[in-house]
Structure formats: C-alpha cells, structure tokens
Design a binder for this molecule. Structure first.
Ligand code: PEP
Ligand code: MG
Length: 587
C-alpha cells in the first residue's frame, strides 16, 4: 500500500530507487551487503566478537569481586545475560544469513528493534534497560571494528552486489541525519537521492545535495522508522514529498515527470555560450560554488565565468590529520589550472558549526554553541601555523592563474588586519624560499554576520571585494539555526531586516567602488534573481547545477522594469505585500 510523507524539498529533481537505510550509529560503522560465499565467514566474525565480549565481561566481573566492588557486578551480570539471550546472540546471525547484511549492520538493526520493544515497557526500571542493550551492542561493535572496512568501501560493496543482483540499481539513502562530512563520502557514489528525518534548507548537507544535483528531502521526522531496507521509494525534491511503495501508475507518472525535467535541463544547454546580460544589456557575472577540485568540470559545463566560492573546508574533513601546505597547494593548483585563466575565489577554512573536523582534530571538544563559537576566521586566527600553511598554499596557486582570497565570518576590523598581516608574512616566507606567487592577489571578505553588514566602513578600505553569505546572514539576523528544521519555517530570506541588510551592503559597496557578490544559496534561487538584480547586484556565485536556470532568468529580465518594483519591496514591511510584489516581479 503506497503512502506519502511530507518534508522540506532542498534539492530539485525526481528520484526513483530502492531505500538504503543508514542508522545513526551505523554512520560510524560499516554497513554493506555480504557476498553469498562470505556469509558463513561473516557469521563467524559475529560469533567471535560476541564470545570475546563475554570473556571481557567475565574478567570484569572477577576484577570487581577482587577489588571489593562486588555490588557493581550486578550491572555486569545484566550485560552478560543480555548477550547470552538469543535475541542478541542469535537473531543478528539470522539477519546476516537472510538479509546478507554485514555483522555490524545486523547487530544495529537488532539493537534498534530491541530498543523499540523496551520503549513500550511500562515499568520504568525495565524500560531503562534499553541503555544496557545499547552498551552491550557498543562493546560488540568495538570488538568487530578491528577488520572493519571504511564506510566508503562498504558503500561500494553494497552497490556492486546490488548490481549483481540486478535489482533496481538506483539507491536512495535514508538517514536520520547526515553531516556535510557524510555527504562527502556520498560524493564518490552514484546515489539517486537522499532523505533525512531532520535538517534545514540551507544546512551544509542540503547545499551538498544541490551541488551534487541530487534530489533530496529533509525534515521528514520519522521516515527512517517507516521505511525498510530495499523498499521502493520516490522522492520529489521540489515538492518535498516522499512516496513509499508506489504502485505502477504512480511510478509511471513520476518517471514521466523525471523525463520532462531532464528535457528541460537539456533545453537550457542551448544558452551555455550566450553572454550573460539583462535585456537592456547590463553584463552579469555568474560564477560557481565548488567544494572539491572534482567539481570544476560541472562549473565549465554550465558555462561559469569563474569560481566565486571554493569552500576549502571539505579538504579538511573525514581525515585523521590536517592536509599540509603541499597537499593543499596541489588541490588549489588543480582548480586554478582547470579553470584555464578564469578567476578562482578560494575561501580560507570555514570550519566549525555544522562543518566539523574529525573528533580528534577538533579544538577543545564540542563548543557550547557551535554557530557562535570558534568558527571560520576565528578558528584560523587561533591556529596561526595552520592558517599560514593554508595562506602559503593559496598564494602559491596564485602564481598559476587569477586567484582571490576570501575570508569567512568577519565581524571585527582586527580580524581583517591580523589576516592581512599573516598574508604579508606568508608572502615573505614564500619569497625567502624562492616560491612564486601573485604579489597583487586580491583579498575579500564575506559579509555574513549582521555586524559586518551594518558596519561596512570597517572593511571597505581594507578589502578588495566583498561577498555576501546569505545563508549565515539570514541565520544570524533572525537567530535561526539554518540546520534546525524545528525553526525552518522562520528562516525567511524575505524578512525586511534581511532585505535591508543585503540591499544596504550592495548599495554601500557600489558607492565605495568595491565589487560585491552574493555567494549564499539565495544567489541560486530563481525566485530571488530579479530581486537581487533590482538591488544592484551584478555578481552571483552558485552551484553549477543552478547556473543555467538563473542565466535564463537574467536574459529575460528588464532592469528598468525591475528596479522600481524592488524599491517598493524594500519600502514595505508587510509580509503579504512583499510576497505579492515578488510574484509580480517574477511574473
Ligand atoms: C553563506 O553563509 O551564505 C555561505 C556562502 O557560506 P557557507 O554556506 O559555507 O556557510
Ligand atoms: Mg557562511
């Protein structure tokens, strides 16, 4: 029986495929399908791990007795008992055998099922034993982990086996939550789309989905509990709809919609070579946002005029040590070379908030409020050696083609002054070492904290250009966590305060003759193109997948018509009038 779930569509497109469930715990361990001939071996791995943990628990019990803490032994007894129960000792083996899941995955599935049963128990004491189940499973997982393949190779295995089984090979990832670092792993794999229980439209996870041009729906709340592995599902990334177990007529309808969308995308390719200008002839720059050097071909494909934002933090994720200067140089150089003389804007490390380094590398453990903590430029200035290495790597790349340095999250004049001094120091170090760089390299700042937008003169004399990060600007102006779906309905790009700040920055920068761009998600939102043009914006940077539709809108825009309408929008605080004017603007 088909059923539909509604969430927030964060990346346009239709995907039809089989669900691949990723549980929260299993994000940290492998989950893959086991080859037919390997099943017995996989069962043996699990039996050995369980026996090992039973041995550990017995030794622990004996140790507690010896040290006179015998009463604590009762807790250990509960764990021994749980681990001897067929529900944990045998059921996961059946899952390995019948569903061909690897040992860790089978164990986690059974843990989830058991925990759900414990949650139903009325007696509070017994209900609390769910935690014991979790602790025992964690011990067994640790015992299994020795020979655990990384998540990446596990996903490859699963895909390979599905292809062998000639099942619907398109896989749709279903998870409670995915971090930007998890998405990086998915970049290596051919998924048809993904859905999550939580998340907001401008979270970095959603941004990654758009950069991969993968249909995605977030904030589905209980999707992971309602979908089983291998269920056939459809996602509509525009409407924010997920359909589970669709019947033949629904599949046919969505398959034809998917074809229509593909045809529309193909038709847009006709304008790739057309110069980007409004109907009245004003030139507009459309550049690309990229996360990794591998994104450059997509930028070229869309006819991007350059890279307006290279989010370098993705080079720093999913690894146990930071990339050194040489490794960074190679990555930046690859982008600069591949862009063949077009400008490349390299943003210095914007780590923190929802873009985290591996736990071992994180600065002093989790921040109290990560979005307001040691993020981006603050983190870099607190780690000057790491920052200098990045600056040297960017400067060296500037010898190979036009490079601009972009500083994220600036709020104070001294952050810019300090960084400029570090850039000077990095240049000196390179000169001393006989390394080439562009001495005139441009340095710009992201305007994404309201204080920076309001006190623009702090920066106008110091920086060569500005780039407005609307994702964070909206988050900090409205005090809405961009990744939290509980408040996502309040994340409003049309809030008068947001519009005022953006228009104010564009106007003030123009008056000071300082180039200004928008590189937040708003730059790629079709509904916002004319609004930004009417505010005076001439430089946009967005994911390659969005460039051609925005270009089509630019080509069809008459600035003389748009300007007075945008002026009216900026003069009103009435939400419904604003929306009506936006509709008229886009008509
Ligand atoms: C922004 O905040 O708008 C931006 C472009 O930076 P990021 O999304 O990487 O925080
Ligand atoms: Mg930002």
């Amino acid at each position: 029986m088909p059923f539909t779930l509604h969430g927030i569509g964060v990346s346009d497109g239709i995907a039809i495929g089989r669900a691949h469930l990723i549980t929260q715990v299993s994000l940290d361990v492998s989950h893959y399908l086991v080859e037919e001939g390997q099943i017995a071996q996989e069962e043996e791995r699990l039996r050995t791990a369980i026996a090992q943990v039973q041995g550990e628990l017995r030794s622990l019990h004996a140790e507690l007795d010896r040290s006179g803490s015998g009463e604590l032994g009762a807790f250990v007894d509960v764990h021994v008992m749980l681990l001897s129960d067929p529900m944990l000792a045998e059921e996961p083996l059946r899952i390995v055998r019948e569903r061909r899941c690897n040992a860790e995955w089978a164990l986690i599935q059974q843990m989830d099922a058991l925990m759900a049963q414990f949650d139903e128990i009325e007696d509070e004491y017994l209900r609390e034993r769910r935690h014991d189940v979790g602790q025992v499973v964690e011990r067994v997982l640790k015992a299994l982990i020795g020979a655990q393949p990384a998540m990446q190779s596990a996903l490859t295995k699963t895909q390979k086996i599905r292809a062998q089984q000639s099942q619907e090979s398109e896989m749709i990832v279903v998870a409670h939550d995915l971090s930007p670092a998890d998405m990086l792993v998915f970049k290596e794999h051919q998924f048809a789309g993904f859905v999550t229980d939580v998340g907001g439209a401008t979270s970095h996870t959603a941004i990654m989905a758009r950069s991969l041009a993968l249909p995605a729906v977030v904030a589905l709340h209980h999707a992971r509990e309602m979908i089983r592995e291998d269920d056939l599902i459809i996602i509509d990334g525009r409407a924010g709809v997920l359909i589970v177990a669709p019947d033949a007529s629904i599949i046919a309808e969505y398959a034809s919609r998917r074809e229509r969308l593909a045809a529309e995308r193909q038709a847009l390719r006709l304008i790739v070579g057309t110069p980007t200008a409004t109907r009245d002839g004003t030139q507009i720059g459309l550049e690309a946002n990229i996360e990794l050097p591998g994104d450059v071909p997509a930028a070229h494909d869309a006819g991007a005029a350059g890279v307006g934002l290279f989010r370098t933090e993705f080079l720093f994720m999913n690894r146990k040590s930071l990339p050194d200067e040489e490794e960074q140089f190679q990555a930046y150089a690859a982008v600069v070379r591949a862009m063949q003389g077009q400008p490349v804007t390299i943003r210095t490390l914007d780590i923190g908030a929802d873009k985290q380094l591996d736990a071992e590398l994180a600065h002093d453990g989790p921040a109290l409020n990560p979005a307001l903590g040691l993020r981006a430029i603050r983190y870099c200035l607190a780690e000057p050696q790491m920052f200098l290495a990045q600056l040297r790597a960017i400067l060296r790349a500037s010898a190979l083609g036009p490079v601009r340095i972009l500083l994220p999250m600036i709020a104070h004049a001294h952050e810019v002054t300090q960084t400029l001094a570090l850039i000077q120091e990095a240049k000196q170090q390179l000169s001393d070492a006989g390394e080439a760089f562009d001495p005139q390299v441009k340095v710009g700042g992201m305007i994404e904290i309201p204080a920076a937008a309001l006190a623009l003169p702090l920066f106008l004399g110091k920086l060569d250009y500005l780039s407005i990060g609307t994702n964070d600007l909206i988050q900090y102006t409205l005090a809405i966590d961009r990744a939290d779906d509980a408040v996502s309905s309040l994340y409003d790009p049309l809030h008068p305060a947001v519009l005022y700040l953006i228009a104010h920055v564009i106007r003030s920068a123009a008056a000071a003759n300082v180039p200004v761009a928008v590189c937040g998600e708003m730059a790629g939102e079709l509904a916002m193109t004319r609004l930004l043009l009417g505010m005076g914006l001439r430089q946009f940077s967005m994911h390659p997948a969005q460039i051609l539709s925005v270009k089509e809108r630019v080509l069809a825009t008459d600035l003389a018509r748009v300007r007075p309408m945008v002026a009216r929008m900026l003069a009103t605080t009435d939400a419904s009038e604003l929306r009506a004017l936006l509709e008229e603007l886009n008509a």
